[in-house]
Write a protein that binds this ligand. Structure first.
Ligand code: MN
Ligand code: MN
Length: 465
């Protein structure tokens, strides 16, 4: 057999995922860049689930979406939004076909790992006022010290009003900050295991360092100084912290990473990278074949519990209301629905090869990543999508020239993780995970590829068409 024949046979029989830029002409490259510029602006404005909901609703209202009202008349092309307690959101565009033919659904999550303030957070020690924190989601605690932090959240008042707090995002704003030891005195700390290097109770952020009245001998005057300043700005007192949701998030803005500017570095790309791609795809879907349901859920990082998370029935209740409004049988609609659980994947990291199976990992710049199963050990806690579901969605992607790849979270028994796919599957829906590979996932500054983000957007657009 000559070499040409061998190569031909090789091409016919073997498969290799292409590089995302191998098929991107200059027009496509410009689209990738433009999309990522909008994405970075979005990231800087939506660091909490509440901020995402407000941003998305504003955008939807500009694009003709109306508040969802169960029982109202609905026709193809109608666009509606449903807000769940300001922390989760569902968008829908009514399709040409009956709901009994199934919906096209995506679910991303809009919460990210962070440092929540404890309910009674303020204390003073050795002339420094601190805020106590309780971390939210899976973090490696040592990564969150010596990082510029911003305070975000709301205080809920008895009269039903809320006060929104946001300190540390404007260049002129002060920051909050958690210290670490200097290397000169770090010898004992260096001997600890990495996971014990920084303890949860050591994650106390500096809030103020000067007294309210330098001449007075009273105690806790630095704490009073902080309270006085925050009272002047927001009209709240220490008691108001008890009925608040306040959180510390990295104050870094989103930036390009690498001299070729192919990556975006930012806080909270798990899972706002997928939330942004699905939001834009939903907005660009006008009169689809199947009705779209685009869900932005809260609480994924702590197990999806709570009435704004996917373990709650809020999405099911929405689909019930939608089916009733359109005169469709809900069970038939659910059974015929295809859903993408859009969440990030663990990108292969050449610095740490031992925890990955290279061939079954997703790689940055190779497109969006399809994950058949997540979970741990023997796929425990996984949805494990069917071959038919995989063939159905990859058929749609291939027809639309989407660059997609497959990826497991890591090597067998190296660890594990989960997504909301199992909660979607629980409602008798066909579902598979699709997302974007992330480097340094759950760290204060995560990396994602602009081309992978753009391919996810195009994939969801094709799925909704
Ligand atoms: Mn996630
Ligand atoms: Mn996560």
């Amino acid at each position: 057999m000559d070499n040409e024949q061998l190569k031909k046979r090789m091409n016919e029989l073997t498969w290799k995922f292409p590089h995302a830029y191998s098929k991107a002409d200059s027009g496509e490259q410009q689209s990738i860049t433009d999309f990522s510029e909008d994405y970075k602006t979005f990231l800087n404005q939506t660091k909490t689930e509440r901020e995402f909901v407000r941003y998305a609703v504003e955008l939807c209202e500009k694009n003709g979406y109306k508040p969802f009202s169960a029982g109202s008349q609905m026709k193809p092309g109608d666009r509606m939004y449903f807000i769940n307690r300001d922390k989760a959101l569902i968008l829908t565009t009514i399709g040409k076909r009956s709901l009994c033919d199934g919906l096209r659904m995506t679910v991303s999550h809009i919460d990210s790992p962070r440092l929540d303030l404890k309910p009674f957070p303020l204390f003073e020690k050795n002339d420094i006022a601190y805020l106590k924190t309780h971390y939210y989601g899976g973090i490696r605690k040592y990564q969150w010290v010596t990082v510029p932090l911003a305070l975000h959240g709301i205080v809920a008042k008895k009269d039903g009003s809320t006060v929104e707090i946001r300190i540390g995002e404007e260049p002129a704003d002060p920051l909050l900050y958690i210290t670490d030891l200097l290397p000169h005195l770090g010898a004992e700390q260096n001997e600890k295991k990495l996971k014990d290097g920084i303890k949860g109770e050591e994650l106390n952020a500096i809030a103020a360092t000067t007294p309210f009245d330098p001449e007075s001998e009273e105690k806790n005057l630095i704490k009073l100084k902080f309270l006085d300043l925050i009272n002047q700005k927001y009209n709240i007192t220490e008691k108001d912290f008890l009925t608040a949701e306040l959180t510390l998030v990295p104050a870094y803005p989103a930036r390009d990473v690498g001299l070729d500017r192919a990556l975006v570095g930012a806080y909270g790309q798990d899972d706002r990278v997928c939330a942004y791609a699905t939001l834009r795809a939903e907005l660009e879907t006008n009169v689809p074949e199947h009705t779209t349901v685009t869900v932005f859920a809260d609480k994924e990082e702590i197990g999806s519990y709570g009435n704004t998370g996917m373990n709650s029935d809020f999405t099911l209740h929405f689909i019930e209301d939608l089916c009733r409004s359109c005169g469709a049988d809900i069970n038939t609609a659910l059974r015929n629905t295809y859903a993408l659980s859009t969440d990030v994947g663990a990108a292969y990291d050449p610095n740490y090869p031992s925890v990955f199976d290279e061939q079954n990992s997703c790689h940055i710049n190779k497109g969006c990543v399809l994950t058949k199963y997540t979970g741990a050990r023997g796929k425990s806690g996984s949805n494990d999508a069917s071959a038919e579901t995989l063939a159905k969605v990859t058929g749609i992607f291939d027809e639309a020239d989407i660059l997609w790849q497959v990826g497991e979270i890591g090597a067998v028994d190296a660890g594990g993780g989960g997504t909301v796919a199992l909660f979607v599957a629980h409602a008798d829906i066909n579902v598979v995970d699709l997302g974007v590979p992330i480097l340094s996932m759950h760290s204060p500054y995560e990396l994602a590829s602009k081309a992978d983000l753009y391919n996810l957007f195009k994939a969801v657009k094709a799925f909704y068409k």
